[in-house]
Ligand binder design. Structure first.
Ligand code: F6P
Length: 538
């Protein structure tokens, strides 16, 4: 048995012990628990106390992290080693927000000997982007910026722009991701081609949906407005072939994963819409979290502690989902961004050496801002059969003057976590119903429906204010948590082969949907649906 096997066994046996799910007794036994399980870094507070991780369990989880060599893997990532082994690539989104001169990438498979000064490439691009943003704003002719991209070329930039844009900022931002023509139809009527800058964001510049939408926008702009076309990509041949003027192409390297790319040229829409200082603030906040992640020991390392909490829930307790509940409307796309960051990274079933994973990996993530979530799916979190750990994000200070609304918002966020923890027992419900004068037979009939089991876990993240710096730190916290989980589970968190088959089949299927086409070979259900669609479209 290896040290890691032993550590896994200890974690699993502690979680499966009779008291493994209980949280309230941990608070009762230890008045210092809240403080002991609250951590701070880069201006954020992370409260992990409302989980059933006991002191002993935390020790076992930290032993697991040591046995799995998580911090050594972190250091290999920061050295620019090809930790994305299946694609022979380094993983260096940390270089995107680091000072000039801090990162080099060793020569990788298929490259020339020597090494690349990654941070020089990053800062040259940032300088070019800053100049372009300044010129565009100074010119004052362009009022709107349209970002065309999908997945990582949409979700992160859109999430951040929505979170940070305030009235009076330089430009309005719009996002076109879905190949569904209704999306373009809805957008184009509100846009003036003379006043719109079009950013085509695509790491590969081959993604079918993005290229289809980019062609629509290029036609809409027309030949005379080619100067309003900008490309954000690693594929400079394809951007040239598409007709984007060379000086309007902002590149990045293949060591930036799509879902980690909002800090690269792909974030140009954030800077255009909100101003350069906002974008720089985002980078600075992420950098602050990077510095913490890259230097803090296991027991104080926030991303690692979050990852270990996830291991406890997924592998120890068998909880297969997690909810993300930002109590801030401006974070309305935060859960959507995390869905890609986490599920595309950790939805894996083989380890790095190709063997089947011996235990469950990434959970299903879903979420909505509070308080809307409370009136939608929170019922299941409180009384459903399987507990769903929740991440609750609270922002102490709003950027509006409606104090009463904000107090209500905070009260609700805190109350949800409290309700999940404390539950409601029969004595409490009975006393309340008796006090309301309800008849005993009615109380007996309704009582079971009004019980809350409690001991349901949540994690709270508190931001002083939703500044660019705080958002940068928050997103980087989750990025590094994903890294840690990849190392703990032994999977490659940086490839995404699972999205390929659908793309291949969609390409093969496309001709079958042409009028009068003789359909190719498909399973009977798909073949029948193709016939039905053809009949309905005839
Ligand atoms: O299909 C998945 C994916 O490859 C994501 O990983 C990526 O963020 C998205 O597509 C878009 O890719 P690109 O930026 O190359 O257009």
């Amino acid at each position: 048995m290896t040290a890691a096997d032993e550590a896994w066994a200890r974690v699993e046996s502690q979680a499966r012990a009779p008291a493994g799910r209980a949280i309230r007794p941990l608070f009762a036994a230890d008045p210092g628990r809240a403080a002991r399980h609250t951590h701070r870094a880069a201006g954020l507070l992370l409260d992990l106390s409302k989980t059933s991780v006991s002191e002993e369990a935390r020790g076992a989880l930290l032993d697991l992290a040591r046995a799995r060599g998580v911090l050594a893997a972190r250091d290999a990532m920061a050295r620019g080693e090809a930790v994305n082994a299946t694609e022979a690539r380094a993983v260096l989104h940390v270089a995107l927000r680091a000072p000039r001169g801090t990162f080099r990438v060793p020569a990788l498979q298929g490259r020339d000997a020597g090494s690349e000064d990654a941070s020089a490439a990053v800062h040259d691009t940032l300088d070019a982007m800053r100049g372009f943003v300044a010129r565009t704003h100074a010119e004052g002719r362009t009022t709107d910026v349209l970002n065309i991209g999908i997945g990582g070329s949409d979700l992160g930039p859109q999430m951040a722009t929505r979170a940070l844009w305030r009235h009076g900022m330089p430009m309005r931002a719009h996002f076109l991701s879905n190949v569904d023509g209704h999306a373009w139809e809805a957008l184009r009527h509100g846009l003036d081609p003379d006043r719109t800058l079009v950013l085509i964001a695509s790491k590969t510049f081959t993604t079918a949906e993005t290229m289809a939408n980019a062609r629509l926008a290029r036609d809409w702009l027309g030949e005379s407005r080619r100067g309003q076309l900008v490309a954000l990509s690693t594929n400079l041949t394809a951007t040239r072939d598409f007709g984007v003027p060379e000086e309007q192409v902002f590149g990045f390297r293949d060591w930036v994963g799509g879902r980690f790319s909002m800090w690269s040229a792909v974030g140009l829409v954030i800077a255009m819409a909100c101003g350069w200082d906002v974008f720089q603030g985002l980078l600075d906040g992420a950098r602050a979290m990077d510095e913490h992640f890259l230097s803090a020991p296991e027991a104080e390392n926030l991303p690692l502690l979050m990852a270990l909490t996830e291991v406890w829930h997924v592998n120890g307790l068998g909880y297969p989902t997690r909810a993300v509940l930002p109590y801030d409307e401006r974070l309305s796309r935060f859960a959507a961004h995390l869905q890609q960051v986490e599920m595309e990274s950790l939805g894996k079933r083989v380890t790095l050496d190709g063997a089947p994973v011996p235990r469950n990996t990434g959970p299903v993530i879903f979420g909505e801002p509070g308080t809307n979530a409370q009136h939608s799916f929170m019922q299941l979190l409180h009384q459903g059969t399987t507990p769903v750990p929740a991440d609750i994000v609270l922002v102490a200070n709003p950027d509006h003057g409606f104090e009463e609304n904000h107090r209500q918002l905070l009260a609700n966020g805190l109350a949800q976590a409290e309700a999940l923890l404390r539950g409601r027992d029969a004595a409490e419900v009975r006393a309340e119903m008796q006090a309301a004068g309800i008849a005993p037979d009615r109380i007996a009939a309704v009582l079971p429906h009004r019980l809350f089991p409690g001991d349901r876990p949540s994690t709270t993240i508190l931001l002083p204010r939703l500044t660019p710096q705080a958002l940068g730190a928050l997103v980087a916290l989750y990025e590094h948590k994903v890294f840690c989980l990849g190392a703990l589970w032994g999977v490659n968190a940086f490839d995404q082969w699972g999205v390929e088959l659908g793309k291949v089949l969609a390409t093969a299927l496309l001709p079958d949907l042409s009028p009068g086409a003789a359909p190719g070979v498909h399973d009977p259900s798909t073949a029948a649906l193709i016939r039905e669609i053809a009949a309905l479209r005839a």
